[in-house]
Design a binder for this molecule. Structure first.
Ligand code: ADE
Ligand code: ZN
Length: 326
């Protein structure tokens, strides 16, 4: 297909990808078997049938359950490398992957097991595929700020290999302001800052992510469009938005891809990018997200090239590392 070939040929970075959300049902069974973890499912079809979500929390419940099969450094290495192979096949050249350490440390898996496994997978991806990557540690916003501080402390020996911190999990009821101090402490350690905001939460949460957390990039941001002054602020500041079309569809953030705001975002001059979020759960990796949203919204080649370019310039790669992709 010419459109798909064109998009594959564009150098692209993925800036919103939860590595635990790349766990395919087949891998879930394989890891469960080798780790002797019991699963409430018997077949891949049963698992996929459970992936019918009506909101973010529906998804999160099943996503945290799936993550329980991940136990060893090898698991995290294999998970990451499988994702990077998929990314390379889609024409991805770089990824900034999120991980949720608290999901693992809270069930007794040491931070080091998770971090060492993922970092090994990232090195293997560079060697095997030439794909570069950064790691972004996400604080779980349904837990308290003290738990986030404990996670930052556990990450201390790894801060030279962690690019930034983010904020994810249940948005509504857990505003960015809840994490003001731990984001300040993260900034003082030289980390980049991102946060999920405006996925289900109101425009006020996006204002908080900008003004209280001081984020360098915004994850989702869909609902910012409800506020004209906020939209203007994001345009004027040139804030990159990591938009996730198939995620938005599966979590009912939009009623259909035809109704997705991506085209409007580009028209307004927002620095939007396209990303997969949790591809194993939402039915598509990076290229699928581009192709399906392009078809639904009738995006032209110039708009697609703009999206790909935004992903490179919106990445945390330094200018010299971006240049070959621009
Ligand atoms: N964790 C994994 N995917 C997420 C999403 N789309 N929103 C919030 N938390 C998440
Ligand atoms: Zn996300």
């Amino acid at each position: 297909d010419p459109l798909s070939d064109f998009i594959r040929s564009l150098p692209k970075a993925e800036l919103h990808l939860h590595i635990e959300g790349s766990l395919e049902p087949e891998q879930m069974f394989a890891f469960a078997r080798r780790n002797r973890v019991a699963l409430p499912f018997h077949t891949v079809e049963e698992v996929r049938a459970a992936y019918a979500f009506t909101n973010l929390q529906d998804f999160l419940d099943i996503y945290y359950q799936g993550a329980q099969v991940l136990r060893t450094e090898e698991d995290f290495h294999d998970l990451a490398l499988a994702y990077f192979r998929r990314l390379a096949a889609d024409g991805g050249v770089h990824a900034e992957i999120f991980f949720d350490p608290q999901t693992h440390t809270d069930r007794g898996i040491p931070f080091q097991v998770v971090a060492d496994g993922l970092l090994a997978g990232m090195v293997a991806a560079k060697d095997e595929l030439g794909v570069t990557s950064h790691l972004i540690l996400c604080y779980l916003r349904h837990l308290d700020e003290e738990a986030a501080f404990a996670t930052l402390k556990a990450a201390e020996p790894y801060l030279d290999r962690i690019k930034g911190v983010g904020l994810d999990s249940s948005e509504v009821g857990n505003p960015p302001s809840k994490f003001a101090r731990v984001f300040q402490a993260s900034r003082e350690r030289g980390l980049k800052l991102v946060a999920h905001a405006g996925e289900e939460g109101p425009p006020d949460y996006v204002w908080q992510a900008l003004d209280i957390l001081g984020v360098d990039r915004l994850d989702h941001g869909n609902r910012a469009l409800e506020d004209e002054a906020l939209t203007r602020r994001l345009v004027d500041q040139g804030t990159t938005l990591t938009v996730c079309p198939l995620s938005n569809l599966k979590l009912c953030v939009v009623p259909s891809l035809e109704a997705h705001p991506l085209r409007r975002m580009l028209g307004l001059g927002l620095k939007a990018t396209v990303n997969a979020d949790d591809p194993a759960y939402f039915g598509g990796y990076l290229l699928d997200n581009y192709v399906r949203v392009a078809a639904a919204l009738g995006l032209d080649r110039a708009q697609l090239a703009r999206l790909a370019r935004n992903s490179i310039t919106g990445s945390f790669l330094d200018a010299a590392a971006q240049t070959p992709h621009l």
